[in-house]
Design a protein. Sequence first.
Length: 295
Amino acid sequence: MELLAIVIPAIIVLAAILIFAASRRNDADRAQGHLSRETRQRDSAFSGFSEAPVEDVDPGPAAVTGKEVERAATLARRDDGELELVGAAPPVPWTPPDEEAIGVARRQFLNRSIVGLMSLSLASFGAACIAFLYGGVDGGGFGSQLTVGKVADIEAKVDNANGFFYVPEGRMWITRYPAGSIKKAEEAYSGPELAGMRAGLVALYQKCPHLGCRVPQCVTSQWFECPCHGSQYNRVGEKRGGPAPRGMDRFAMSVNGNDMFVVDTGTIIQGPPIGTNTTGQEAEGPNCIGQSDHG
């Protein structure tokens, strides 16, 4: 997740630079102008004429500087004594606008609209990524610390849901962890996991570690059984069969001074390795997804 926090902003900045460069290039192209097909054809019609030699061309009158023009105008005013009044210019006949110029304006509008939409899309995507990576810290949904409730209340909800309590805002399953298995758990699990297990609960990530399918519960076997490829896990998420490389991932858990069960959904801990079976729970009824090979 830390790598994503670095890579995604870098991609957004690079894309913004590319869009800005493309916009500047389009403006430069438009500044140079474009010749229509008819103009190019008229130019090619005269391509057969040869240019006159340089020595035969009349150089014309010598160039007049601006100072000389101003001096001549001043002398003319002194000679005349007064300025000549110029009458109103005759009205200029209306001419239709150049279709080529209209086309350039239309292309400019479309280009800027496309660049603007792309910039807006990238900004929205970047904001969504940042919101996903840096979710709320206190009760802000998945990726934050969720205070699920009092331990006793959660245990009652687990029992009322036939052993499996689902919390959608945390994308997790909560099940009971038997008190008699704590000694074995201390040899297999880390401190953030044991904090919840000692309170009699375990919070499991809903995704199968095989290919990420959502793992449902099987009420008859009292196991988790993945419908995608048949991976099976006991009630505390330890692998019992199928192609999964490990047990179900779980979250860091804690119990505060008010006996409230807190789950940090921003800290995902990899599931236990294959062969871990601290509870010794076997299928308590028919499997929902085929038969387990107890791998």
